[in-house]
Design a protein around this ligand. Structure first.
Ligand code: NAD
Length: 535
């Protein structure tokens, strides 16, 4: 299905619109003042990727600020952990409700920092609010002491207790300014930990906004501390002092953090990159799959860790699917607007634009075809890039196996579903996947064979992401550990087993010769092994 598709010429396209920022400068200054940074190193300017205009400035934190914050958080931790868990859950409950009430300002902020379309900025409010509610409602049950069996019934009473690890360091990226700055911290706080959060420079205002709301909901200032500044500069001090590291970002940085954490033998959870596949099975509803692919590939201009970058289509419906997909992609409204008039926003940073451009140019130079998109749109804003569909992408091209993290997807034809499954799994990543079929049985059969931490059936990524009670995360080089659900909070705890022995010790009684004890115990253990449900 090689064809050349005309894309709008930037020269004749409308001039870059001006964007009026609805948030006044003094509001940005008030948020910046919440950062726990000693004066003296100046500020870092934050601009909006929509236009390149300055939003405000955040304090330029130093490693010493991290050390001071961790000290304060450590001092506060015991008091926080001693508060009844119901009180901590109530804070999250208030946060859930007030976040929805206050959504207008934070939606503006998320859009201004990330450059995403308003619909997807709003989704951050929904998701964060759902996670807060989930942990408020179910967290106390996940964390409650649990009775466990001892070796012999009645003789040992065993209980498993969950202690907070202490101070949790959260390092967050820029692509979900609200969700990724604060939802992981919510679970850690509920478990009785204190948190030192280092948000990305580009998304620091959203993180500070969330911290401010949490303070208002009852979180003490020493229990959640935000330190702003450069990640590579502050990261080592944070990883070098906290009791657990929660990192979201690239696989490359994740490996650096894992090495540093391993040196101290502290726990960590890493949510990393992906090269996520979508398989459309021959019996899929094509219209629904096209619609899902458009959302899955181009939400947030593709800067979503779980977004789709590889699309596997059955030979029989390949042409029909690709034609409809290309048409839908071409009709997407791209632009900078703080309202619902656009479908796709901009890439967030110059680095992302360079990566996207390099991946597309490399693919084209090596023989791939651009079916739609394929170029930057400086007429719309400094980092805009058109949603792009590539065909003929092969091993050896950057876009084949490397994460692009932009609005670029490659389409592949398959004749045998087994080949599609093999191709989907042929990657060092294992974050997310999507399978489309009218038969749930067929879809589940394929889903279970894909090595990815989440698989969405008849949806691209939103179904698993919003299932807040179920763990989500990466297999292979896409991560270690999980967020959401029980695993998402238990990882911030240390398990402690307390077992009380009664009546007699677990040792041979003095009146019984050891050979007889061995025989007796062997019988008893064999007998216990036969009692269903006892072991
Ligand atoms: P990155 O690893 O370069 O940066 C992520 C964050 O880590 C940034 O805030 C950065 O300042 C900080 N950082 C950089 N070096 C550090 C160091 N040595 N120590 C501590 N912190 C350091 O990633 P990026 O390219 O900015 O973000 C995009 C990547 O994040 C993509 O690979 C994407 O898939 C991934 N991501 C994953 C998830 C997930 O949940 N799995 C979610 C969002 C993004």
């Amino acid at each position: 299905m090689a064809q050349t598709i005309r894309v709008p010429d930037p020269a004749t396209a409308p001039r870059r619109p001006r964007l009026t920022t609805p948030i006044p400068p003094e509001r940005f200054r008030a948020l910046a003042a919440l950062a726990a940074v000693a004066a003296g190193r100046g500020d870092i300017e934050v601009t909006t990727p929509f236009t390149g205009a300055t939003l405000g400035a955040i304090p330029h934190g130093a490693p010493a600020d991290i050390l001071a914050a961790v000290d304060r958080a450590r001092d506060a931790q015991r008091r926080w952990a001693e508060a009844p868990i119901a009180a901590r859950a109530a804070v999250l409950d208030r946060f859930h409700a007030r976040l929805l009430d206050r959504r207008e300002e934070i939606v503006d902020l998320i859009q201004l920092e990330s450059g995403k379309a308003r619909r997807y900025a709003f989704e951050e409010i929904v998701d964060t609010s759902l996670v807060a509610k989930h942990y408020a409602a179910h967290g106390p049950r996940y964390l409650r002491p649990r009775r466990r069996r001892g070796a012999l019934p009645l003789l040992t009473t065993t209980v498993e207790i969950r202690h907070p690890v202490g101070v949790v360091g959260v390092i967050a990226p820029w692509n979900f300014p609200l969700i990724l700055s604060i939802t992981d911290a919510l679970a850690a706080l509920l478990a009785g930990n204190t948190v030192v959060l280092r948000p990305d420079v580009q998304s620091s205002f959203s993180a500070l906004w969330a911290a401010e709301l949490l303070y208002e909901c009852g979180i003490p200032r020493d229990v959640l501390i935000v330190v702003t500044g450069d990640g590579a500069e502050l990261g080592p001090s944070l990883v070098g002092t906290v009791d657990f590291v929660m990192f979201t970002g690239s696989t490359r940085t994740g490996k650096i953090i894992a090495r540093q954490a391993a040196e101290r033998l502290v726990g960590y959870s890493l949510e990393l990159g992906g090269k996520n596949p979508m398989i459309v099975l021959p019996d899929a509803d094509l219209d629904a799959a096209v619609d899902g692919a458009v959302r899955g590939c181009f939400t947030g201009a593709g800067q979503v860790c779980v977004s789709i970058e590889r699309l596997y289509l059955p030979g029989a419906s390949y042409d029909r699917f690709v034609r409809a997909f290309v048409e839908r992609t071409r009709s997407l409204r791209i632009g900078a607007a703080l309202d619902f008039s656009t479908d796709v926003g901009t890439l967030t940073t110059r680095r992302q634009l360079d990566t996207v451009q390099t991946h597309v140019d490399d693919a084209v130079a090596k023989g791939a075809r651009v079916l739609v998109g394929g170029r930057a749109r400086p007429d719309l804003g400094p980092f805009f890039y058109e949603p792009t569909v590539l065909e003929g992408v092969k091993p050896g091209m950057l876009a084949f196996a490397e994460e692009t993290f932009g609005p670029v997807v490659s389409v592949y034809r398959y004749d045998d579903v087994e080949d599609a499954i093999d191709a989907a799994n042929d990657t060092r990543y294992g974050l997310n996947a999507s399978v489309w079929s009218r038969s749930n049985r067929n879809a589940l059969r394929v889903a279970g064979r894909i090595r990815a931490g989440s698989v969405n059936v008849n949806e691209a990524y939103a179904a698993t992401w919003t299932a807040t009670g179920s763990p989500i995360g990466g297999m292979k080089e896409s991560g270690v550990g999980r967020r959401h659900g029980e695993e998402g909070v238990l990882k911030y705890t240390e398990a402690q087993t307390i077992a009380t022995q009664r009546f007699m010790p677990l040792a041979p009684p003095p009146f019984l010769p050891e050979p007889m004890y061995v025989k007796l115990m062997s019988r008893v253990v064999r007998l216990l092994g036969r009692i269903p449900g006892l072991r």
